[in-house]
Structures are given as structure tokens and as C-alpha cells.
Design a protein around this ligand. Structure first.
Ligand code: NAP
Length: 442
């Protein structure tokens, strides 16, 4: 049997494994630097989105398919080089995602109190590498500004204003729940640099913001003017049109006084974050949108007093040493999933998911994407050279003392998470500590 390494056990990697297994022509090792599979389904999807998180069960089932093995706690680049991997495997599929955040490129971005949504999401989902200084970040401040109007910004805003009892049923680790319970945030401002017709959040996610107990949503009518440009944009986009209707209804609703407020500002481009030692103000330029859909400053500015800035302007792919990388797009360059290096196909290397196409789409998008990549791989398979040391990865890892987590180890973690949930009446509690994860897995 030929042997394929998939690097990254998120949705793209798991769906690639499923498609490869179905072919019956290869054995598959799914490698992940974390001791657990599922990637952003575990560390991206908001814990209160229980239905979406249940995709984990589907992904978990892929580990039972013929020829599929999981090798968690293995970091390519640290525990095994790309050059070694290509000696151990007939083909490699890079599915390592887009782990970092895009930057705003404005002054004050690195002040204390200015954080990335990626880091915040890592923290509230219990990622082993989460920044634990966030445990105290929300105690004291009353106002937070979230930059960006994508679904991640909506998740972050919702988590910040949700009443604690709505989160207590989720898998969030106890220290996260304690921090959110102690949170003093009362006002959250979400800022989009273009108009509502150009926001990238989806309607279901947007609507949820209007259904949070104890939260009043504020949208200014000046942001909802149906200019020619807005009308043209809405005509071409059903989701935008539905979003617009939701926002109009909120703007006209007579909201009761509530303990927490959520503001949605559009045509609001952050210019500068100000403060002596920490965030205190956000300078915002009022924009208009031109016929091409680009934001253009109008010359008007306003300022927002805020204690925190959470930058949610998209994820970004990172280079992996030894793997071709398109720095401008933040992806592994490829033609239909075949990795290319300066325009030529790199034999035996493939890619799927966010590192193939950029950070967009829903979880299901990765199935189609990964299946297309696997089709290319299977087309090439008979012509790929036989690797010098096929199957030698496990012995290499044990020789250098790496403790790996296999499918049964992951299932032990999963069972333990469910057992720990029982104590607090929950289905599961995320084990967040890497040592704890490894101990439980063994
Ligand atoms: P996204 O949808 O690409 O949104 C990024 C936002 O940042 C946009 O509003 C963008 O505005 C804004 N932005 C970018 N650069 C900016 C700048 N320099 N200044 C101000 N604003 C800037 O990314 P995301 O929210 O990180 O989501 C990533 C993917 O995951 C998306 O496909 C999303 O739908 C998906 N996701 C889905 C769910 C769900 O289904 N529940 C949950 C989370 C994530 P412009 O449009 O003007 O560039």
C-alpha cells in the first residue's frame, strides 16, 4: 500500500483522509501538532454553537475508516522535517490551516488591551496554547470594541455580552467561565469599515445578536441609508439583503433598557488606537463606499472611548519551512490542490483547506475542497516515486522521545472530557492543559 501523510487534523485534513480511505489504495497518517483532532471545530467554532460543534462526531468517525491512523502531538518542522516526511511517505497533503491573525496596520495596534480575535477565540475554546492573561482581561473594563464584521467578530461580540448562565452549559473550561462571570464589560461596539451591504457575517449568526437576554442592539439609521451603491449591492447578494432587513428592524425596534448594549457601526474604519500605557481611545474615520465596493474616507472622524480592542479582521496562513508559500496570499501555492513551486508542480505534495484557498467558507466547504485535492492525488498516485523509508515515522518519533496520541488516546481524552462535564451538569468540559491532555491520552 502507498502511504500518505496528512498534516493537520482539522476538517480539511479529516475530509481528505475520508476521501483517501474510500479509494482503498492508500494508508493514511493524519498528523497534528496538538494531541487532539478536529482543528477549528474544537478551537474555532464558538462553544455555544453546539449544533455546529457536533460535526466533531462526524470527523471522529473518520478515524475508524480503513487505513486511517491519527498521530497527535507531532509538530512538523520541530519533531520531523519536511525532508524527512517526504522520505517516509509517498505523498503529503498540507492541511495545516491559517493559524494567525491578519493585522490592521494602524498605530497603537500593539498597545496593552489590543488583542486579536484569534487569540481570544483560542482562549475561550480552551486551546492548549491560549494566552492565560485573558483570565483577568475582562475584569475592570466596561467597554470593548470589536473590529471587523465577519462571523468571528459576531462570535466574539456574542460571547462578550452573553449572560453567564447561557454559557455555563457549554464546554468552556472552568477558568474561562469564571473569567466571563467576573466580566465587567457592559458595552460592546462592533465596527465595519464598509456598509452593512458589504458585511461578511451571515444572517443566522447576525440574528442571534438580537436574541441575547439582557442585551439591547443599537444600529444607527444613518448607516442604513439605501444609497444607489447600497441598493446595487443588495440586489446582487441575497445574504446581504436579509442582513439589511434584520438591521433595519433592529434600528426601528423600541428596545427596553437592558444591562448590556451591543452597537453595530458601519462606514467606520479604525485609524488609530490611542492610550498612554493601554488602550483608551479608538479614532475612527467615517467612510463611504464607491461603485467598486471600496471604502473611501469622507474626511469626517469620530472617537470611541474603549478599554479593549479586539481585532477580528481575518485569519492568516503561515509558511512552513521547506514548503512553498505564497506570502502575498498567505497560502501554499497550488493548482487544483497540487502544490506548485515557482510555477512547477512539486511532486508528491498536495494541499487542502484554508492553507490551500485562504480563510473563508464554512466547515462543509472543506469537504468539497479536500475531495478535489484527493482526486488529483489519486490521479497521480501510480506515477509517484516510492519513498526511501516508507512507514518509518513512528520509529523516528519514538527514537527522539516524542509521545504521540493515537485514535484510542484521543478517545480517552474525549471520554474524560465527558466524565468531567458530569460534575457541572454538562455534556463535556474541554481539557485545556497540554500536559493534562497527554496524561489522559496515555
Ligand atoms: P471574514 O469573514 O473574512 O471577515 C473579516 C472582516 O474583517 C470583514 O468585515 C473585513 O472587512 C474586515 N477587515 C479586514 N481587514 C480590515 C481592516 N484593515 N480594517 C477594518 N476591517 C477589516 O473573516 P472571519 O470573520 O475571520 O471568518 C473567517 C471564515 O470563518 C469566514 O468564512 C466565516 O464565515 C467563517 N466562520 C463561520 C462561522 C459560522 O458559520 N458560524 C463562525 C466563525 C467563522 P472587508 O469586507 O471590508 O474587507
Amino acid at each position: 500500500m502507498r502511504r500518505v501523510a496528512i498534516v493537520g487534523a482539522g476538517p480539511a485534513g479529516m475530509y481528505a483522509a475520508e476521501a483517501l480511505s474510500k479509494s482503498g489504495r492508500v494508508d493514511i497518517d493524519i498528523l497534528d501538532r496538538l494531541p487532539v483532532p478536529c482543528g477549528l471545530v474544537r478551537y474555532g467554532v464558538a462553544p455555544d454553537h453546539v449544533a455546529i460543534r457536533s460535526v466533531r462526531d462526524t470527523l471522529d468517525g473518520i478515524l475508524d475508516l480503513p487505513g486511517v491512523s491519527f498521530l497527535g502531538n507531532v509538530e512538523v518542522g520541530r519533531d520531523v522535517s519536511v525532508e524527512q516526511l517526504s522520505r517516509f511517505y509517498d505523498a503529503i497533503v498540507w492541511c495545516y490551516g491559517a493559524p494567525t491573525d491578519r493585522s490592521l496596520g494602524i498605530d497603537g495596534e500593539n498597545l496593552a488591551g489590543s488583542i486579536s480575535a484569534t487569540a481570544f477565540v483560542n482562549w475561550y475554546t480552551g486551546h492548549p496554547d491560549a494566552d492565560r492573561s485573558f483570565d483577568t482581561l475582562l475584569t475592570g473594563p466596561s467597554t470593548a470594541a470589536v473590529i471587523g464584521v465577519g462571523n468571528v467578530a459576531v462570535d466574539v461580540a456574542r460571547i462578550l455580552v452573553s449572560p453567564i448562565h447561557a454559557l455555563r452549559t457549554t464546554e468552556m473550561p472552568d477558568h474561562v467561565l469564571a473569567a466571563l462571570e467576573a466580566s465587567t464589560i457592559k458595552q460592546v461596539h462592533v465596527l465595519g469599515r464598509r456598509g452593512p451591504a458589504h458585511a461578511s457575517f451571515t444572517t443566522k449568526e447576525l440574528k442571534e445578536l438580537g436574541e441575547i437576554e439582557g442585551v439591547r442592539v443599537i444600529v444607527e439609521s444613518r448607516d442604513l441609508v439605501r444609497s444607489d451603491e447600497t441598493v446595487a449591492a443588495l440586489e446582487n447578494d441575497k445574504v446581504a439583503s436579509r442582513n439589511f432587513a434584520v438591521l433595519e428592524e433592529w434600528a426601528s425596534r423600541d428596545w427596553p433598557h437592558e444591562p448590556r448594549s451591543l452597537w453595530l457601526h458601519f462606514y467606520a474604519r479604525p485609524q488609530r488606537i490611542r492610550g498612554d500605557a493601554a488602550v483608551a481611545w479608538l479614532d475612527v474615520a467615517r467612510t463611504e463606499v464607491d461603485a467598486e465596493g471600496r471604502a473611501r474616507d469622507t474626511g469626517q472622524t469620530w472617537e470611541l472611548a474603549t478599554d479593549l480592542v479586539i481585532r477580528s479582521v481575518g485569519y492568516r496562513g503561515e509558511p512552513m519551512p521547506g514548503v512553498p508559500f505564497d506570502a502575498a496570499r498567505g497560502i501554499v501555492p497550488n493548482t487544483d490542490g497540487r502544490v506548485t513551486d515557482h510555477g512547477s508542480v512539486a511532486p508528491g505534495q498536495y494541499t487542502a483547506g484554508w492553507i490551500k484557498r485562504g480563510p473563508s467558507g464554512i466547515i462543509g466547504t472543506n469537504k468539497k475542497d479536500a475531495t478535489a485535492t484527493v482526486a488529483a492525488l489519486l490521479e497521480d498516485l501510480d506515477d509517484l516515486p516510492v519513498p526511501a523509508e516508507r512507514g518509518a515515522l513512528p520509529s523516528h518519533l519514538s527514537a527522539i522521545g516524542i509521545v504521540t496520541v493515537n485514535r484510542d488516546g484521543w478517545r480517552r481524552i474525549s471520554r474524560e472530557e465527558c466524565a468531567r462535564g458530569v460534575a457541572s451538569g454538562r455534556d463535556r468540559v474541554t481539557i485545556h492543559d497540554r500536559v493534562d491532555l497527554l496524561t489522559v491520552s496515555q
